[in-house]
Design a protein around this ligand. Structure first.
Ligand SMILES: [Zn+2]
Length: 301
């Protein structure tokens, strides 16, 4: 069945594809620009001179809390707010430099500190801090973070941001072909949606990621590990953290709580979900753990 085009459908889809910043986004853009100028100008300049592919810019949580706009938006929509901040950082990397700066918020205030063993689905979307023992799971891999498509008819290219471990999203039709048809036909819409569109595999933007097993730790005053969490949770790291963590290492992590499908199941066909920790930043553990090596033996399986 060939579905026909309705003008209302067109305008709502064009809006989805559009990248015009709205009022709220403009406010956050301005707030980040000012924030980096006031707090990180020297550091950004220094990092700009380095050769690394991706490097993290550590941003204090307390500084974000001092800024009204960033405090509200970061705590309501962390991923969106960080994406905008990373866009601002992109503007500040010198031209011709291939490297990329990413925000890593660290030292979250006490009210973000939590225990993995108490984590439930209701905490979804929250940004929380955990003290954990880590073991990498399966090694580094990549995923298509932004897919690039090209229309076979008119050559128009478009980019669609994807979500990790979800069905890949593709354009539903080519708006450029619709415009071309309308221009030639006194504003008429084409009789059926133009959708001869291909994925440009080589031009997509790929991100490095790695999955980790995480277990909550508790430590006494003398630095002895007194308790290892019962359950293992799965976390995912990206960019400069990939390949850097070793089994049995103890870290403080800051993660956005998300959901994922069961391993070997399909996200769309199976409704059961597990908690996934989207690890935003990793810090040195504040604890000087004396018996970590004995405890980490239990992690090997
Ligand atoms: Zn086209």
């Amino acid at each position: 069945m060939i579905e026909s085009l309705r003008p209302s459908q067109l305008s709502s889809m064009a809006k989805e594809e559009g990248i015009e910043p709205d009022e709220r986004m403009r406010k956050v853009l301005t707030a980040w620009r000012l924030f980096f100028t006031n707090n990180h100008a020297d550091e950004i300049e220094r990092l700009n001179g380095l050769e690394e592919r991706v490097f993290g810019l550590e941003v204090e949580h307390s500084l974000i809390c001092l800024n009204d706009t960033l405090r509200t938006e970061f705590h309501t929509r962390p991923e969106w707010t960080l994406d905008i901040g990373n866009m601002v950082l992109k503007e500040q990397v010198m031209e011709g430099n291939d490297s990329r700066l990413v925000i890593r918020v660290v030292n979250f205030s006490k009210n973000h500190h939590f225990s993995l063993d108490e984590l439930r689905m209701r905490h979804r979307s929250a940004m929380l801090t955990f003290d954990v023992i880590i073991s990498p799971l399966g090694g580094p891999l990549g995923w298509i973070k932004r897919a690039v498509y090209e229309c076979n008819e008119c050559g128009h290219r478009s980019e669609i941001k994807q979500r990790l471990a979800r069905e890949r999203e593709a354009p539903k039709m080519c708006f450029s072909c619709i415009d071309i048809f309308a221009a030639k036909n006194k504003g008429e819409l084409p009789p059926y949606p133009p959708r001869d569109i291909k994925l440009m595999v080589e031009d997509c933007y790929y991100e490095d990621i790695e999955y980790l097993n995480l277990r909550q730790i508790s430590i006494d005053d003398t630095g002895n590990l007194i308790h290892l969490g019962d359950e293992k949770y799965i976390g995912v790291i990206n960019d400069e953290y990939v390949g850097e963590l070793v089994t049995g290492s103890i870290h403080r992590i800051n993660a956005e709580i998300a959901v994922d499908h069961l391993p070997n199941r399909d996200f769309i066909k199976d409704t059961r979900r597990i908690i996934l920790l989207n690890i935003h930043s990793i810090e040195e553990s504040p604890f000087n753990v004396s018996n970590a090596s004995e405890m980490s033996i239990e992690l090997e399986e």
